[in-house]
Design a protein around this ligand. Structure first.
Ligand code: ADP
Ligand code: MG
Ligand code: ZN
Length: 633
């Protein structure tokens, strides 16, 4: 007789099922996929534990205990497997099953009975339960793979499936409301930003000040029958302080601030984004007066027209947003701010009155603005008296974010040099660091190359200085930078420029060609160092022809349509192929003429070129004043 122990197939374990469900309740709002996984696990459990055994057992013929005993006594049974809840036995032809009966003589009967087997005995087996604890089994087969799956998903969809900060309790009852919005609720005290922290941008501040006033004192407005705009759209290039000013509004108004980024609405599943929008507005109306801020709204507010790839999710989210904005009464005290740097791509429906009807333009700061921004950021830094004018002029075209970065770099530099306060020098140096990278002091450059670099840079400066309208040089340096620049000429605009005349642009192009011209005339060579100059000159010349209407041939004809004005979006030629070829010729002529002009200017001043280049090779850096004094000798 064999007595074998076969590990039994898993039995249904309702206790474990409960635990699974409980644990899922404890982690609410971790995203729809988690629910999906839980559903899948429960489904698998059901299949494994109830359905599969039921199917295999159904296939076996069931007999009663009497028949079983009768068959045993007829010696037709070959094998018996006894488990706690059933007995499975095999005869010559078939496998049957029967319910167990508390029969103390069963073993005796089986032993006594003969069988057609060789040894004349029935082979019978008592099936015993798993030695492994069912809990370990459960962990191994269900929790572990589930966990791996979960980690995988988490890594893949971290951005989208951001878990909510304030999701309420979630039972199975409100399974459908899993899209609890992830909007962070900032308490009043959370926001320390004030309008004072935003330098410049006075028009934007004035416009927003009205909204703050409304939140403080709505009666003043409603008494007169005035309705305040529901929403304002902050528009401007990156880094101009849109996010900052929105926070300042909330800080000034001292109301809750719901801040969400447009991309947070775009979910993997259709309908989730819309649910989030609904949640956000629900929550906000409970906390009114308050401010809702949707950063980078273009992620959901992109125009629905003209896209070939249909994005249902984004469209639904946008529709929900439009509906919610309509549903708000103006006097409820919920103000919706949104920020974008791609206003041209926004859906028209978002911009109509009653929605984001106020448009607040945030522009790159002018000289005064830059000085003010530097001052704001210097407040947090120990510093000597700073010549703001110098730094302000050197940072033309920088955004607020650039300036904040420059001040911080200056502070870092001061620390590196063991100073206890930031000086103007630090700021000037950090302007260059931010624009061109760190100095590469130990880069080895051969004397021959150094000479070419020096003449190249002096060439730019000389042409710039020779053309009266060109801005005077501020500084020339041939210290290589980590950005790859081997040297550069910093030109400083005297005043703020909003317009450029045709002549100024032509002068600019001539200045750009000056580097290469000097290489050719003096060093008798041409190098790759001019690639950036060439690119800039070409872009400028092309823009003159296609966008600024400055060519004789085409006059005021738009030959190009621009993509985005704030991001350097590409532009598309809007003309026939033959015109496109013509444009190239036109561009070529403009640059060639500019180059001829530069060559003439440099040839006239060869002595001065040599003098400045020598000085530069010796000192590596030459300031505008030194340059001019050599020039005027
Ligand atoms: P964006 O317009 O891209 O949202 P941010 O508001 O995020 O720009 O600005 C980034 C950082 O730049 C701010 O945290 C702030 O330090 C600085 N900054 C930008 N504009 C200003 C400004 N007008 N005044 C002071 N700091 C500014
Ligand atoms: Mg921003
Ligand atoms: Zn150059």
């Amino acid at each position: 007789m064999k007595y074998v122990e076969i590990p039994e197939k898993k039995e249904p374990n309702p206790k474990n099922d409960n635990r699974k469900e409980k644990s899922s309740r404890q982690s609410p709002g971790s995203g729809p996929w988690l629910w999906g996984i839980i559903a899948a696990v429960v489904f698998l459990l059901l299949i494994n534990n109830f359905l599969a055994p039921a199917i295999t057992e159904r296939a076996m013929m069931q007999t009663d205990y009497g028949t079983f005993i009768a068959k045993v006594e007829q010696d037709s049974v070959k094998q018996v497997v006894i488990s706690d809840n059933q007995i499975i036995y095999t005869t010559d032809h078939c496998t049957y099953r029967t319910g167990p009966v508390d029969d103390p003589h069963l073993v005796d009967r089986l032993l006594a009975a003969g069988s057609p087997n060789k040894d004349g005995k029935i082979e019978f087996v008592k099936k015993i339960n798993n030695q492994r604890s069912p809990i370990i089994d459960f962990l191994m087969w269900w929790i572990l793979p589930g966990l791996l799956f979960w980690i995988f998903y988490r890594a893949m969809f971290r951005r989208i499936g951001r878990s909510s900060a304030d999701g309420g309790g979630l039972g199975l009852g409100n399974f459908m409301s899993f899209g609890q919005s992830g909007a962070k609720v900032y308490a009043d005290t959370d926001i320390k930003t004030r309008f004072d922290d935003v330098a410049g941008q006075d028009e934007a501040k004035a416009s927003l000040q009205e909204m703050v006033d409304f939140l403080h004192n709505p009666k003043k407005y409603t008494a007169l029958g005035a309705k305040l705009p529901k929403g304002a759209l902050l528009v401007g290039p990156p880094g101009t302080g849109k996010t900052l000013i929105a926070r300042a509004v909330a800080g000034e108004a001292n109301v809750p601030f719901f801040s969400m980024s447009g991309s947070e609405f775009v979910q993997m599943f259709v309908g989730m984004g819309a649910a989030k929008v609904r949640d956000l507005f629900n929550e906000a109306s409970k906390k009114a007066p308050c401010i809702i801020f949707i950063d980078e709204i273009d992620a959901i507010g992109k125009s629905r027209e003209g896209t070939f790839s249909n994005n249902d999710e984004r469209e639904q989210t946008l529709n929900q947003l439009l509906t919610e904005m309509d549903g708000f009464e103006g006097d409820k005290g919920v103000i919706i701010l949104a920020a974008t740097n791609r206003p041209d791509s926004l859906d028209k429906a978002l911009l109509r009155p009653g929605r984001f009807d106020r448009r607040i333009q945030m522009e790159l700061p002018d000289l005064e603005g830059r000085k003010a921004i530097i001052q704001v950021h210097l407040k947090h830094v120990k510093h000597d008296t700073i010549d703001l004018d110098v730094v302000g002029r050197a940072t033309a075209g920088s955004s607020g974010a650039d300036l904040a970065n420059i001040v911080n770099e200056a502070a870092l530099r001061a620390v590196r040099q063991g100073k206890d306060a930031v000086t103007t020098d630090d700021l000037e140096e950090s302007v260059e660091t931010v624009m061109a990278g760190e100095q590469r002091k130990n880069a080895v450059i051969s004397p021959a190359e150094k000479r070419i670099i020096a003449y190249h840079e002096v060439g730019h400066a000389m042409v710039a200085a020779a053309q009266s309208q060109s801005a005077p040089v501020h500084k020339i340096t041939i210290i290589p930078r980590t950005s790859g620049a081997l040297g550069y000429t910093m030109q400083v605009d005297e005043g703020e420029h909003f317009l450029y005349s045709r002549q100024e642009l032509l002068n600019k192009i001539a200045t750009l060609t000056g580097g290469r011209v000097a290489e050719e005339i003096i060093c008798n060579t041409c190098t790759t160092g001019a690639s950036n100059d060439i690119e800039q000159a070409t872009n400028l010349a092309r823009a003159m022809v296609t966008r600024y209407g400055m060519s004789d041939r085409y006059g005021m004809m738009a030959l190009e349509s621009r993509g985005n004005t704030y991001l350097d979006g590409g532009s598309r030629l809007a003309c026939s192929d033959s015109t496109a070829a013509d444009i190239d010729n036109e561009v070529k002529t403009i640059i060639a003429q500019a180059k001829d002009k530069a060559a003439a200017l440099i040839t006239e001043r060869l002595d001065k070129m040599h003098a400045v280049a020598e000085y530069l090779l010796e000192k590596e850096t030459i300031t505008g004043e030194e340059f001019m004094s050599i020039l005027n000798k």
